[in-house]
Design a protein around this ligand. Structure first.
Ligand code: ADP
Length: 852
């Protein structure tokens, strides 16, 4: 496209204007000439046609007149007495005199020949037909053809002077007395060279020349000029309506409206019409020439006038573009140019202002702005960039670090967030291409000094890492401490339980119970800390199993009813769930949730009641367990409600002192609820009470179809095994080992205790009587999992291995099972857990061994 407007192809405006004028005028002239020509032709043709028609009528009229005069004369003389007498007396000289007399009076009306026919022969004639070379027999012959009527008879007859064309007419001569026809007066007109007829038509018909023709033969003419005698020319010209030199018209003569074979060609000089047409064309040519001259003059004048004004307009535009300042437009005498000039002036001023604003933006920007060309060369710096990169080295480094990105930008990409570190300062650059006509002309790189941000970011990152590390250390410490505390505590509790079962004195039993309860409480706090630490580390898992909901509600009722009774607080547990229905969920966690909520309610209520409602409801295709705990206790302030789920937070600073607790209970409850995909809500009013609502999705059914295994009833230790079972106990901790051993012995088992994996393997290599291995996890020298692997893989023994692990984590459990363990017991070992494990052992391994 652009090539079309190269310099060579450009036209001046004046040329375009005048060319247009020329074109319009040219077209106008052509149209005018054509139209004139057409009109002229039509007018001339119509005029010629009309004239020809008039000439035809005139010729016919003259011919008719001439014939009529002949007829009248003939008819009147045929009744003349002198003629009759002359005829009756057969006086030829008298007849001759009679006709001579007439012809002398009016020679113009005399026919070419006359004769009188009577009694079968010519009785008188004027001897004229002989003059025309026609013999008497020929005349008689013609006369015989005319037997009746008074019509003109046109015929041809050969004569001594060639073929003669004749017009003849007869009239009866009647005896006035007898009324008898005594003869016939014949008159005849010879058409060949009939000058009198030709002259009469020439005169009357306003024609220059007349030609009388029969078919294609000219028989009489007013001119001797042979040029006119060509019948084809005459024929052609008679049909033409064009303005030619001669106007020829043809009249086919009729007599009493009966067509004849005679035609009359009239020739009229047409010089004046031709002249008129010619002068008309000359005038058109002169007028066209005149218009052309005016157009040329106009072209030159417009060209000069428009060019001058345009030149000054263009000069103004050029100088305004080249100079930085914008001068005022001087104005133009052409209105449009004047307006264009003023628009230019306004646009230049606005552009100038915009340019200044942009320059200000560039110059006064506090961030460094640089301009690059597409080859990656630095073209311009703003003052801020100059300040930032003062030294040559800094500039070189800037170019080196930004150049690859500038080249990418030159392809049209916009790049953001490019960091460069130069002279200990970090800049973040945004690169954008500046495009003109969809091609990249320049690239602008705008920078921001982010050194301080980076520093702050680093510091905050370090602080975060530090905080995380300290949280981890704290959490680890808590976990380890709890673990370490739990082991001796388990010892205390285990021994207390053993002692209690052996005591008889009720007071001793009571003391021992206080010991047990305190130990249980301490264990609960430690368990809370451990649980929370696990939750924080994301190592907490839900284990679902089928259980009766009644187990849950009964336990709560059994535990808290005596406590409330002692405080004088009413306690009730309600449920809309059938006591026989089964729930599939994590019983332990649900227990934990309910225990925490109810124990808080009981703890913070001094009068009134604590109410527990456990309901099932269907919502959105899911069965929800809705647990509500109402109390009429001390309540919580509204402002504290949002914080009490946070760990180690208590509503009042005095709470610990007055009520004890660690502030972890609700944090654990909220985490458990959320792990179980449920929700917890709280409503509370100070001094009125608190209402907790928990929603947890569960599966509910009347049969334990989803029950993984039959839990069965607890077995009586003394009677569970029929024979003594040899157990290998692998445990490094003395207390734990003592308790485990004591429990095992209740079942009549023989217990061999070894302190680590290596000893266990050594023992197993020698002894093959072991029926069950109880394997601890964390052991010195060789760990429980590794020892299990060796027993299974290297020793190839299939003795059931029941692992005992303190952390209760899924990972450890799975590792044990993968290594070849058959069952995992979670420590601290409780009697009930051990009972369950032994029941499992009996069913799956001991009985089978017996069967073998
Ligand atoms: P704590 O071990 O202190 O009971 P929790 O996390 O279980 O820790 O509870 C956090 C705090 O929330 C409590 O210290 C107590 O201030 C408040 N709180 C919890 N339950 C109740 C309740 N039923 N009535 C009044 N205050 C309660």
């Amino acid at each position: 496209m652009r090539r079309l407007f190269s310099h060579g192809n450009k036209n001046r405006l004046a040329t375009i204007l005048t060319n247009s004028i020329f074109l319009v005028i040219g077209v106008l002239i052509i149209v005018m000439v054509l139209q004139n020509y057409q009109v002229n032709r039509e007018v001339v043709s119509q005029e010629i046609g009309r004239t020809k028609q008039q000439t035809k009528s005139l010729v016919q009229e003259i011919f008719n007149l001439r014939i009529k005069s002949l007829e009248i004369q003939q008819d009147s003389y045929s009744r003349n007495r002198v003629l009759l007498e002359g005829l009756l007396s057969d006086d030829a000289p008298a007849l001759g005199r009679f006709f001579n007399g007439i012809d002398q009076v009016s020679p113009d009306l005399a026919p070419d020949f006359r004769f009188i026919y009577s009694n079968g022969g010519i009785v008188w004639d004027d001897a004229n037909y002989q003059f025309y070379g026609i013999s008497e027999p020929q005349i008689l012959h013609l006369t015989e053809d005319m037997v009746s009527g008074t019509d003109w008879y046109i015929s041809q007859t050969p004569s001594s002077m060639g073929m003669r064309y004749l017009m003849m007419r007869r009239t009866a001569i009647i005896d006035l007395y007898t009324g008898e026809v005594v003869g016939f007066l014949f008159i005849g007109v010879v058409l060949n060279n009939n000058f009198s007829l030709v002259n009469a038509i020439t005169k009357g018909g306003n024609a220059d020349e007349i030609l009388l023709a029969v078919g294609s033969q000219v028989i009489a003419a007013s001119t001797k000029d042979q040029d006119f005698q060509h019948i084809e020319w005459l024929e052609q010209s008679s049909h033409s309506l064009n303005a030619s030199r001669y106007m020829v018209s043809k009249t086919d003569l009729t007599i009493n409206n009966v067509p004849t074979f005679l035609s009359v060609y009239t020739i009229q000089g047409n010089e004046h019409v031709v002249q008129f047409v010619r002068s008309h064309y000359v005038w058109i040519a002169i007028a066209s020439l005149l218009v052309m001259c005016i157009a040329i003059y106009t072209r030159i004048w417009v060209g000069k006038r428009v060019s001058k004004e345009l030149q000054s307009l263009m000069k103004y535009a050029d100088t305004s573009i080249q100079r930085q300042t914008v001068s005022d437009f001087a104005g133009s005498s052409i209105e449009e140019f004047h307006q264009i000039g003023n628009s230019f002036q306004r646009s230049f001023k606005r552009l100038n202002e915009q340019e200044k604003q942009f320059a200000d933006l560039f110059n006064f920007s506090l961030s460094p702005v640089t301009l690059w060309n597409v080859e990656g060369q630095l073209v311009r710096f703003n003052p801020s960039a100059e300040r930032c990169f003062k030294t040559d080295k800094a500039r070189r480094l800037l170019i080196e670090s930004l150049q690859p990105h500038i080249r990418m930008c030159a392809q049209g990409a916009t790049l953001t967030g490019i960091n460069t570190t130069i002279a200990n300062k970090t800049f973040r650059w945004n690169l954008s291409p500046i495009t003109t006509d969809s091609s990249v002309m320049r690239i602008m790189a705008q920078g921001q000094d982010i050194t301080s941000f980076i520093e702050a970011e680093k510091q905050s990152e370090a602080a975060r890492e530090e905080a995380e590390e300290s949280a981890r250390v704290r959490s680890d410490f808590l976990a380890k401490m709890s673990h370490e505390l739990r082991t001796p505590l388990n010892g205390i509790l285990g021994v207390s339980q053993l002692l209690k079962s052996k005591m008889d004195d009720p007071r001793d039993v009571e003391h021992m119970e206080v010991l047990c309860n305190s130990g249980e409480h301490l264990l609960a706090v430690l368990n809370d800390i451990l649980d929370f630490s696990k939750i924080e580390h994301g190592k907490f898992h839900i284990e679902k199993s089928a259980f009766r909901l009644a187990e849950l509600t009964n336990t709560v009722e059994k535990i808290f009813t005596p406590l409330c009774d002692s405080k004088g607080v009413d306690f009730s547990v309600e449920s809309n769930i059938d006591a026989e229905s089964w729930v599939f969920s994590d019983q332990i966690r649900l227990n934990q949730i309910m225990f925490n909520l109810v124990s808080n309610a009981v703890k913070f209520t001094h009068q009134g009641h604590v109410q527990v409602r456990v309901n099932a409801l269907d919502q959105g295709g899911t069965t929800w367990l809705k647990v509500e705990v109402f109390d009429t206790g001390i309540g919580i302030e509204k402002s504290k409600l949002k914080d009490i789920f946070e760990p180690f937070v208590q509503a009042e600073s005095t709470t610990t002192r007055e009520y004890g607790g660690s502030g972890l209970g609700l944090a654990i409850v909220r985490s458990l609820v959320s792990i179980m995909d449920g929700e917890i809500e709280i409503e509370s009013e100070v001094a009125k009470g608190t209402h907790f609502t928990v929603h947890v999705p569960i599966q509910l059914g009347m049969n334990p179809t989803f029950l993984p295994e039959n839990t069965g009833l607890l077995a009586e230790p003394a009677t569970l095994f029929d024979e003594q079972v040899h157990v290998l106990l692998v445990e490094d901790n003395h207390t734990n080992a003592f308790i485990a051993k004591a429990f095992c012995e209740k079942y009549g088992m023989k217990v061999t205790w070894v302190k680590d994996g290596l000893h266990a393997i050594d023992f197993l290599k020698k002894d093959s009587q072991v029926a069950l291995i109880l394997m601890d996890n964390q052991l010195p020298n060789l760990g429980g999992i590794e020892a299990t692997k060796i027993i299974r893989n290297e020793l190839g023994l299939t003795i059931p291995i029941y692992a005992c692990t303190a952390d209760g984590m899924q990972e450890t459990r799975h590792s044990f099972l993968r290594a070849g363990a058959n069952y995992v017991i979670v420590k601290p070992i409780k009697e009930i857990a051990l009972n369950k494990a032994f029941l499992h052992f009996k069913k799956n391994y001991h009985q089978m061994a017996e069967m073998k």
